[in-house]
Design a protein around this ligand. Structure first.
Ligand code: DX5
Ligand code: ZN
Length: 214
């Protein structure tokens, strides 16, 4: 089965959001990745629920929401109204198990995300509560950064732990994905690739096909 793709909306043309959505649908994207930033947990502010809700109302693409906000448990119910996958950072100051359970209770797929400095082993105990884990391959906060190769070892460690225990958790990677780094991520064992700057623009179709061919 080929790797799934979750293009990051952060790199979209917001003036022409509707045509971006139609283009993603034509290219049969698997998901659409939303980077929600609060200027506290990460040094940048992006967009939030008003955009998420309008996109949800205008497409059937499953929405993959990456919360980069402080104490995210305060906002799970609100984001769960539009998200399909709802993920938050292990480092963001929320009770980890409780927040993962709440996401599932709200009817979403749960996702736990780790920053580059967090070790894979730190989240092993939570894997049974995770439908997905997201390994950041850049420091969260901005699109267009360079891929950190250390993240591949974390993907491999998570892959081994998931397979050893027979968990259903899938692995996503996010940050710095391009034609050189996507093959490395697939080889390390990811199930879902997030890509922003690489995918949006006039080469979306060929680049999505390239990732699918890996
Ligand atoms: C960074 C975000 C990423 C970002 C990826 O904090 O989580 O999703 O949009 O952008 P690229 O693919 O350009 O590195
Ligand atoms: Zn992201």
């Amino acid at each position: 089965m080929s790797v799934k793709i979750s293009p990051s909306l952060l790199s979209a043309d917001f003036i022409n959001l509707e045509s971006e959505l139609r283009k993603l649908e034509e290219n049969k994207t698997d998901m659409l990745h939303f980077d929600i930033m609060d200027g506290v947990f990460v040094p940048n502010i992006s967009f939030a629920n008003p955009i998420l809700k309008q996109v949800k109302a205008n497409t059937d693409i499953p929405l993959d929401v990456h919360l980069m906000i402080d104490r995210p448990h305060r906002y799970i119910k609100e984001f769960a109204k539009s998200a399909d996958f709802l993920g938050f950072h292990f480092e963001a100051g929320s009770p980890v198990a409780g927040t993962l359970k709440e996401i599932r209770e709200c009817g979403c797929k749960s996702c736990l995300t780790i920053k580059p400095k967090t070790k894979a082993e730190e989240i092993f105990e939570f894997l049974p509560l995770c439908d997905m884990v997201l390994v950041m391959s850049v420091e969260p906060g901005f699109g267009g950064q360079a891929f950190m190769p250390e993240s591949l070892e974390k993907v491999k460690a998570l892959r081994a732990e998931i397979d050893k225990n027979g968990y259903n958790t899938i692995i996503e990677i996010d940050g710095g994905i391009n034609s050189e780094t996507a093959p490395l991520a697939v080889e390390a064992g990811v199930d879902v690739i997030v890509a922003g700057s690489f995918l949006f623009g006039d080469k979306m179709a060929e680049r999505m096909n390239f990732i699918r061919s890996l």
